[in-house]
Design a protein around this ligand. Structure first.
Ligand code: ZN
Ligand code: ZN
Length: 158
């Protein structure tokens, strides 16, 4: 299946056209910050997915009913000021907190290749919007979901 997808991508006039890549405007750069303002980051407005995660870990990490997160390739994320205090499993799997005020800013996931930005820490508004409620099977009993987004007990299929 992966091979077929690769062939289709190659055959697609949009994805394999080198000239169209060069004429595309550079992505908008978005800024984000922690509570105290010491730690700031920038990230390209090129998020691939955004989800509201209701799992118990995200609730405890944020203190909120759920965590809106937006996924993007790690290489587009830049720490601009301050210092990160990592919490977790090492350089390729951790949550990043401001070393001064301990605000949670983002997680490094998927073997270090992606960042999940805590959308609440963004100063600028990204183009993407959360598309689904995930881990609804373990959501807070005191929280009622009132929007029409699709809900998944855990992760969406696929
Ligand atoms: Zn801070
Ligand atoms: Zn979660």
């Amino acid at each position: 299946m992966a091979a077929i997808a690769a062939i289709n991508a190659f055959l697609s006039p949009v994805t394999h056209s080198i000239t169209s890549k060069h004429t595309m405007p550079p992505p908008k750069i978005l800024a984000g910050a922690c509570l105290c303002g010491a730690t700031t980051y920038t990230v390209a407005d090129e998020f691939e997915y955004a989800l509201n995660c209701h799992c118990a870990q995200c609730r405890r990490q944020t203190g909120a009913a759920y965590k809106p997160l937006a996924g993007i390739k790690r290489k587009t994320l830049t720490l601009t000021t301050g210092e990160i205090l990592p919490y977790g499993e090492g350089p390729d799997a951790h949550d990043a907190h401001c070393a001064t005020c301990f605000s949670y800013l983002y997680s490094i996931v998927r073997a270090g290749t992606y960042a999940h930005i805590a959308m609440g820490t963004m100063i600028d508004t990204p183009t993407i919007r959360p598309a689904a409620q995930i881990f609804v099977g373990s959501k807070a009993q005191w929280h009622t979901i009132t929007d029409a987004l699709p809900q998944y007990l855990e992760l969406p299929p696929g």
